[in-house]
Design a protein around this ligand. Structure first.
Ligand code: NAP
Length: 527
């Protein structure tokens, strides 16, 4: 079997460089041979996307909704073929594949509903005032318009929901931007199947050729060529800080710099307040042992850092957490390379001054399974050592024992930007820690009360992003329908003839969308 790229609607494999995906559970390569896209194929995909943009950017919300819903239907039609491939390429269980497929379908359908309804374009109309003194005022009408072809890089740990037809792709297509996916090498087969579903949907719903391409690659060159291509206008990335930052810098150095919306690693600090620790340390330890090991710790929202103030209760919590985490059976990581990085990063942290290992699963495990661990360190050592602030991607967490709330606040202030921050508190306890909470709010995109950070609900109010390096632009979310705003720009028409305006801005309001007219939100027409 030969895995090919989709260059627009056509399958293509002109290159000589090949690779295979890996089954981490069986510790063997999968049979399909994938052919890396060539420079010529990249050029073709980008040119097609650029041509498709002319038509696709003007397509109605109703037609885009039909396309997005058709993608969802075609993904479902792949049925067990897709689920099997997902499991073969990740070592994850089928239940996880089904869950992620539900999420992916849900995202596609929620963007379909958004563009079908249409008010998302934020149409804003300031009517002319020809008699205004001392100068007449023009008629000015603004709406959001698509930015151009978008390149999407998915992450290894979400082959469906943050990959080929995941959140970034769904949001870009909803915005009116063609998408070129740089396929993730670890799940190229899953990606190729999903790409075939997108292409089928595009053909069935009459979308222009080039609205979607899927380029296979097992190294950084294809991605680099895409990001530096002058016809590419934005980049969506989910993955490591190293990868996201490299692409961000590359895009900034272009003659025409373009935005790179990168969602990257995070250690997701959890602050456990003293009363909660005293009253519930055993229960909290159990909950957190599960959260740290969920999905073998391979979530961007994994709780990698637990912060508490030194006390007997904190010591008991550490003991319980160590006991609970060692009761959990180790599980498989996504790929031998991810397992290798986990081992190296864990050992690097363990080797730092004043770090104590309180739990480290020591029995033999199968190939590619991760041995979970918990370490502790004092607040001063944590503050002084930047290595301790780095993400260890896997089932690992560090408990920092602070001397008092002043040190706790100082640590939070010195943290890099994070996707989430969690506060574990007894009733009303947070009122005694208002400056700690404010400090945490300054460092994160989402704050959680008495819960765990793992699990990201897809809904309009979700913020999945945060100050750098959690993301490259904390003003936007990567999850939920407002993530569409990354792929649009505001555009104004001044004194433009009514019949030549887009429907969203015409006097008659033919789409019946909500608009702001002279400051008032209404779906009425202008008479
Ligand atoms: P990754 O190693 O950064 O890879 C992501 C993609 O980017 C791959 O296709 C990779 O291609 C490409 N890439 C990486 N470095 C590149 C470079 N310098 N130039 C061009 N392309 C480059 O990340 P991963 O292993 O897939 O994902 C795990 C990481 O993602 C973890 O850190 C996790 O926390 C983070 N993550 C974040 C979120 C979020 O929403 N914030 C969600 C999930 C995961 P090649 O593999 O071919 O090099």
């Amino acid at each position: 079997m030969i895995g090919k790229s989709y260059i627009g609607n056509l399958l293509s494999a002109k290159g000589k460089k090949t690779y295979r995906t890996f089954n981490p559970l069986l510790n063997i390569e999968n049979p399909t041979i994938f052919t890396e896209a060539t420079s010529e194929e990249i050029e073709e995909a980008v040119s097609l996307a650029s041509k498709a943009f002319k038509e696709y950017s003007k397509i109605s919300g109703a037609k885009k909704a039909t396309f997005l819903n058709a993608i969802a239907d075609e993904i479902l039609a792949l049925d067990t073929e897709l689920l099997k491939m997902y499991c073969l390429e990740t070592g994850l269980p089928e239940a996880r594949a089904i869950g992620e497929r539900i999420r992916t379908i849900g995202q596609l359908r929620s963007f379909a509903n958004l563009v079908l309804e249409g008010s998302w374009v934020e149409a804003t109309i300031d009517l002319a005032k020809p008699k205004r003194e001392p100068l007449p005022k023009s008629d000015i009408r603004k709406m959001l318009i698509p930015i151009g072809p978008v390149v999407v890089f998915g992450a290894s740990n979400f082959p469906l929901a943050y990959s080929t037809a995941g959140g970034d792709t769904a949001a870009s297509l909803a915005a009116g931007c063609p998408v070129i996916v740089k396929s993730h090498p670890m799940h190229a087969g899953t990606g190729a199947l999903v790409a075939s579903a997108v292409i089928k949907a595009a053909e069935k719903t009459g979308m222009p050729n080039g609205v979607f391409s899927n380029l296979l690659s097992s190294g950084i060159e294809v991605g680099q060529q895409l990001v530096t291509h002058p016809k590419v206008k934005a980049v969506g990335f989910t993955g490591s800080i190293k990868g996201g930052r490299a692409l961000y810098d590359l895009a900034a150095k272009r003659d025409e710099p373009i935005p790179v919306f990168a969602e990257m690693g995070s250690i997701n600090p959890v602050v456990i307040l003293p009363k909660a620790l005293k009253n519930r340390h055993q229960e909290i330890a159990k909950t957190y042992a599960s959260s740290i090991t969920l999905g073998t710790g391979q979530f961007c929202t994994n709780p990698g850092l637990l912060l508490g103030i030194k006390s007997d209760s904190l010591s008991s919590f550490i003991t319980h957490l160590s006991e609970e985490i060692l009761k959990i059976d180790p599980s498989c990581m996504l790929h031998p390379n991810i397992k290798k990085s986990y081992k190296i990063n864990k050992e690097t942290v363990i080797s730092q001054n004043n770090v104590s290992v309180v739990a480290n699963f020591s029995s033999d495990v199968q190939n590619n399974f991760a041995q979970q661990a918990i370490v502790t360190v004092d607040g001063k050592s944590f503050l002084e050592n930047p290595t301790l602030h780095l993400e260890v991607f896997g089932p690992f967490s560090m408990v920092v024992e602070c001397v008092n709330d002043v040190e706790l606040e100082m640590i939070i202030t010195k943290l890099e930007g994070q996707l989430t921050g969690t506060v574990i508190s007894d009733e009303n306890e947070i009122s005694n820690f208002s400056s700690v909470i404010s400090a945490l709010q300054n460092r994160v995109g989402r704050i959680i009360f008495n819960g765990v950070p793992t699990g990201v609900e897809v809904c309009e109010s979700m913020v999945h992003g945060g100050p750098y390096p959690a993301s490259t632009d904390s003003r936007f979310t990567a999850v939920g329908v407002s993530s569409i705003k990354r792929w649009v720009r505001p555009f104004s028409y001044q004194d433009w003839p009514n019949q030549y305006l887009p429907k969203e801005l015409q006097n008659q309001n033919p789409l019946k969308i909500f608009r702001f007219i002279d400051g008032e939100r209404t779906n009425e027409k202008i008479v």
